[in-house]
Each structure stands twice: as C-alpha cells, then as structure tokens.
Design a binder for this molecule. Structure first.
Ligand code: MOS
Length: 723
C-alpha cells in the first residue's frame, strides 16, 4: 500500500513534515555533544555561536529551565527522567551526551554555530568495557530447575565454552529526527518512533503536562530495528528548544550522532556448560550471562528464554548479570536477547555434536521436548521437526561430509552449518476504529507504527477480508497518538495484536451493516437471519443466494447514513501462560572461506519457519530476507568499536561500521510452513519479524567451523580471527 508513496517521495518521514506542508516556520536545532566519556562540564562559551547571524538561542545546562519530570502515568520511574534529563546538570555520563543545542534559522547556520560552542570539561577515564575493574554487576536475574551440579558430575560428555558478541548499532537508513511545535500549552511532535504513545508519555513526563496535551505523529519510519522503541534525548531537546524560541524546531541526528544519541545492541558474554549422556541427550546446562548497561539505567533483554525452552534439558541454571558502564543505555535491536543467546546456545550445540560424533540435526531432534521443559505446559504449536525435515531436504543436508575442512574449491574451503531459531510470541492490548463511508469505501485506524515490514498492507488485507471489500476500497491509517491505542511496533507483536484488533473492529462493522440491512424493510435482505448474510466485494447477500442482496452503498444511501462506524480491539488472555507459544525456525548456511585471506563469503542461507499463519507471503519473505541480512551482518561485519581511553566510538559512520551490501548477500531464501496457531491470537499468527534473524549468526559460525575446522567464539567473525 505504501510502496508507491515511498518510491515517489510522497511518504513524509519525520524530518520532512515541514517540506510536506504539515508544519510551517520551522527552525533548526543542532546538538553539541560531549567529547569526554565521563566527568563534569566546567564551562561553556557560547559567545561566538550566539553572535552568528540567524542564531536564535544556544541552550545548555547553564540556561535551560528546570524541567519538572512528573512521574509517568503516576508511576515514578527515575530511569525515564534520567534518560531524558536534558541540560539539567553539569554531569557527563557518556561520550557523545548532548551538552547544548544551537537553534538557528537555517540548518547551515545552526551547524556552523554549533561548531563554535566551546565546552570545557573535567574529564575522567570512563569504564566502557565489562572487564573494567570499575564495573560491578547489578543484582543478577536467576533461573534454576533440577540439580545441575549433580547432573554435570554424572554427565558422559561435558562442554564448557565462552561466547562473546560485540556491540552493534541499528543503523536504519532514516536518521532519528523530531520536529516539535508548541501551540500554547499543547505540544505536537513529528517523530521517528515505533510507538507514538511512549513518545507522548515521555514528553508529558519531561514537561509536566497532561498526556492529552501532547500529540505525536509518525506515519512513516525509514527503518529502525528497535532503535525507535524509546524516545531518546533529541526528542525532548527539540521540544525544549521549540518552547524556548517559540518557533517549531527540527532536530535531526547526524549519522555520527546516531551512535550515541540512540541505543544499541549491548555487548554480551555467555559462559555455557553443557552435559550430555551417551545418547546425546542434554542432562544439564549452565548459562552465565553478562551484558552491558548504562550507569543511569538498568537495561535488560530476553537473554534467558531460549536456554529454558529450546531443549528438553532436565537441569538448567541461568544467571544474567547486567554490568553498568559509562555508556548511553543499550536498547532492543533485531531479535533482542534471542539473537544473541541463540548464537551461544546453537554454537555450543554444534560443538557438542562434534564431541559426540553425532549429526548436529540429529542431536537437536534427540533433545526435542514434548512440552515446554521450563513450565511444563503444552506447546501451542511447535513444528521444529518439520522445519528440519523441509530444510535438510532442500539443502541436501544428508549428502554433507560432516568432517571439518572436507570440501575445497581451489583456495576456498566450503562448509555448511545449521542452527535453531526461536522467538516468543508476544501480544498486547490494541484497539482500532473502522468507518464505512457512503461510497462503499472504508477507513481503518490504529495508532501503531510501521518501520518497514508492511503494516499498511497487512492491516488493509485483514480489514478488507473482514469487511468483504476489495483491497483498494480500504485505507488503513497509523502513526498518530490521536488514533486508538496500540502496543509498541516491536517484539514481533504488531500483526498478532493490531491485526487481531483490526479484525475484531471490522467484524463489528460488518455485523452492524448486516443488522441494519436485515432490519430494513427496504432491503432485499429484510427479515433474513443476520447469520445467513455474508459480504463480498462490497455487497451483502445471503450465503445461499447470491442474487438476494445489495451493496454497502445502496444500504447506506437508502438509510440516509453518511457512514457506519465501529470501535473494537483485542485484549490477550492468559493463552501464552497456559501454552508455550513461540515461532520456530531451522536455519541453514553455506559459506566459502578463503584460507589464504580469512575472508568468509556467504553462499547461501535458507530458513524454514513455523511462524503460524502468514498474512502476506511476499512481505513475510521480504522480512525474512531482512532478518537474514541482519544475521549476516551480525555474524561477519557489524561491530561498534569503542576507544577505552575516552569512550569515543571510533567507527561512528557507515564507511567504517560495516553492514552487508548486495555482494555479501547472494542467495537467501525463506520457507514458511504456514498453518495457523489459534491459541496465539484470533488471527493465528505467531510473529515473524524477529525469529528470522535469530538463528542466522550461529548457522554461519557453525558453517565456518565446518569449512575450516576453526571455532571462532566471538562475533563478528573477522578475517583476522580466521588467519
Ligand atoms: Mo524490535 S528490536 O522489538 O523493533
């Protein structure tokens, strides 16, 4: 639905709403960021900057008003206040922290003036590495079942390894941007966000105003991968600056600022110990997990889920420690927690398979549980065996010589690897509004967001289906906090939550029209039972008699109704407590490694997924390709490098931070098993946005081992590591 708008430039992204005429008189804010990683600001000289013609104001902690930070929805949340506590004190908490904003008539003047702001610091060496002696862990999260120590003692085979993953940044194409405008006490922001309601709530908190006084508009998001799930400091800075200069202010993060102005995937370290019996059944697993967070917030992600539910291990112990560092707060990124934990677990399983002399798929099948081994509840649907069956047939897995370094083409060593992907199905309450107009077209709204997976299209399909309309007759709208509420557009929950809300709402609207018809003496359907009436192609008719009926248009015209309207929604029950509900995948990778240069080239990635019902196969495939590209980046390229001396990110640009390009992604394919999961939600989907990245990196790492005989236990796998 939105493809044409995007390729013709008609889709308005956050920084473009002035150009698209939504907001006039916009001036520009450019953020000045700290050049030390920890310490205090001892002075800010803004004279040169302020003297530039066209500069309206330079704002820093020296002149910023004290902000009230009223607790969010009545719940005091110091973390929220701290993250958005812009220009309130002289403390520097991380390198790249905003210390001032210059507001000017044009972007060029603001940029130039910002370069003239002189900031003096009393800086200290920051702790930016989990191995730093200054870093002491927060309270750990623990999980335990069975008797791990005893089981490990009795295990026939034991494996103990440590796996590390480097820091990564989302790097969406569209930089984060906000335009803020005050009309008296009311604030409107055009923002890049995956959840308009959180941005609204955060701004209400910062400025101490009712949420109803804030409107957040975000109709198009040019990629985000989780980076827009929270409001970051620049959002509050735009709003503060707009209030100070009494003009609408636009703030766009530079690519460099994207590395410190938003979150990132945290560094994680996984110490895994596995025990198995002689038949390859896992008897014990210990996961000691450490992950970085900031000193001012305790960010944690779902790093413990897979270790609990993937394999039928009777004895499991997990500890998850977050380590506060002098960095900005990490955040959710592309399968957060799951993608990282799966790398460790699935590589360890591959290592165990080699220790046991067993096929890696066979090892996994031997440990396939009949019910959730953590909770004991049944799986809603779990078709991982089928994923393996389809996948191994497709890639001719059985013809593989399992011996490492067994296949060679000239200087290239060829290897194949496999890994399991899982992602827990999330759902959350959502509401929608649907209106059927007299011309027989419909508008459906929900205040969700879309960062690219095709929400406009998939929701239009669900609505058109429920209303009995052709797709072109339905318009789905999103991205405005005045629309019915939605959960975050993240955690792979949009289709399940918003899709179910849209279906419920459109079902209500259709039934309303049917009721109107059967009660209307002028209708050919008068007197029929509402249950016998169906709608197709905009026309209501008897299920058994296509001739007896009329169109929505005729019905509304005769009844003198300009429109019919319905509100509906979806409230998840306790289904995911009574059933273990996850999306699954078997991921296969083939690589070629140049043994002289250590270069890894991907030859093929195939994912076979059990993600429940697929609403739009084309979008689902596209999403899978995106996930696999992300997984290739994670395995081989993406790595944010920090200078430990001052906390500066040394590759904060898209020349030095490597992401896969077309040449890195030759042949990637997804197969969805389809089917549906009626326990998960009314429309039978399990979520697919994130499961598609989860197993990719370990499948590649396992393929690299198979090709070379070298086990690299740190991501990304670099040429240096392989030489
Ligand atoms: Mo996703 S990391 O929940 O946008």
């Amino acid at each position: 639905m939105d493809g044409r708008l995007k390729v013709t430039g008609q889709a308005a992204y956050a920084a473009e709403h002035d150009a698209h005429g939504a907001v006039r008189g916009v001036v520009h804010g450019v953020i000045v960021t700290s050049t030390v990683g920890k310490g205090r600001i001892t002075g800010i000289d803004t004279r040169d900057a302020a003297a530039q013609r066209g500069v309206l104001k330079v704002i820093s902690h020296l002149n910023a008003p004290k902000l009230p930070y009223r607790p969010f929805r009545g719940v005091p949340d110091p973390a929220r206040g701290e993250r958005l506590r812009i220009f309130q004190d002289d403390r520097v908490r991380f390198f790249g922290q905003p210390v001032a904003v210059v507001v000017a008539e044009t972007l060029e003047i603001a940029q130039h003036a910002a370069s003239l702001v002189k900031v003096a610091y009393d800086g200290e060496r920051p702790a930016t590495d989990m191995s730093s002696p200054a870093a002491s862990p927060n309270q750990p999260e623990n999980y335990q079942r069975g008797n791990v120590d005893q089981a490990l003692q009795q295990a026939r085979t034991r494996l103990a390894q440590t796996y590390r993953l480097g820091r990564e940044h989302h790097n969406p194409m569209e930089p984060h941007a906000t335009i803020a405008r005050w009309d008296g006490d009311r604030l409107t922001v055009w923002d890049k966000t995956q959840i308009v309601l959180n941005t609204r709530g955060d701004l209400a908190t910062v400025f101490g105003i009712p949420e109803e006084s804030v409107r957040v508009v975000s109709p198009f998001v040019g990629g985000a991968f989780g980076s827009a799930l929270r409001a970051w400091p620049h959002v509050a800075i735009a709003a503060l600056a707009a209030r100070e200069v009494r003009r609408p202010v636009k703030v766009v993060l530079t690519r460099k600022q994207m590395y410190t102005g938003t979150g990132f995937r945290p560094v994680t370290e996984h110490k895994l110990t596995l025990g198995a019996d002689q038949r390859g059944r896992l008897t014990a697993a210990v996961h000691d997990i450490r992950a970085e967070t900031s000193v001012y917030e305790d960010y944690r992600e779902a790093l413990m889920v897979q270790g609990q539910m993937t394999y039928a291990t009777p004895n499991v112990r997990q500890t998850y420690r977050s380590i506060p560092l002098d960095v900005n707060t990490p955040t959710w990124m592309r399968g957060p927690g799951a993608a990282t934990a799966a790398y460790a677990i699935e590589c360890a399983m591959d290592e165990l398979a080699y220790e046991l002399g067993m096929d890696p798929i066979e090892l996994r099948l031997r440990n396939e549980p009949d019910q959730d081994p953590g909770t004991g509840v049944p799986f809603s649907t779990r078709r991982l065996r089928e994923c393996f069956r389809v996948g191994s047939r497709t890639v001719a897995w059985d013809e593989r010589d399992p011996k490492p370094r067994s296949t060679r083409e000239g200087n290239w060593l060829i290897g194949t690897g496999v890994a399991v992907a899982t992602y827990h199905t999330q759902r959350a309450p959502a509401q929608a509004l649907a209106r059927l107009d007299a011309d027989g077209s419909a508008i459906v709204q929900c205040g969700t967001s879309d960062m690219g997976p095709g929400t406009y299209t998939s929701m239009t399909q669900v609505a058109a289906d429920a209303l009995g309309l052709q797709v072109p007759r339905v318009r789905f709208q999103l991205g405005d906090s005045t629309m019915p509420p939605s959960p975050p557009h993240g955690g792979s929950m949009t289709m399940a939550s918003v899709g179910s809300a849209v279906q419920d709402t459109c079902d209500k609207l259709r039934r309303q029209a049917i009721r109107l018809a059967v009660a209307d003496p002028g209708s050919p359907l008068h007197g029929a039972s509402a249950d016998d009436v169906v709608v197709g192609n905009g026309r209501l008719h008897l299920r058994e008699d296509l001739e007896r009926g009329e169109t929505y248009r005729q019905l509304l015209a005769r009844n003198n109704r300009p429109h019919l309207e319905a509100r509906g929604g979806y409230t998840p029950g306790d289904e995911v407590e009574r059933f273990s509900t996850h999306a699954y995948g078997a991921v296969f990778a083939q690589v070629a490694v140049d043994e002289r240069l250590g270069l890894v080239r991907i030859r093929r990635v195939l994912g076979v997924y059990d993600a429940g019902r697929i609403i739009n196969p084309k979008l689902a495939e596209s999403q899978a390709i995106g996930g696999m590209v992300g997984g290739i980046g994670m395995a081989l390229l993406e790595h944010t490098v920090t200078d430990p001396r001052d906390g500066r990110i040394v590759n904060a640009n898209m020349a030095d931070y490597l992401v896969p390009v077309n040449a890195d992604v030759p042949d990637v394919n997804a197969i969805y098993l389809g089917g549906d999961d009626r326990t998960a939600d009314p429309i039978g989907v399990k979520g697919l946005g994130e499961v598609v990245i989860v197993g990719v990196a370990p499948a590649i790492a396992n393929a690299v081992f198979h090709a070379t005989g070298r086990r690299i236990r740190e991501l990304p796998i670099t040429a240096e590591a392989l030489l």
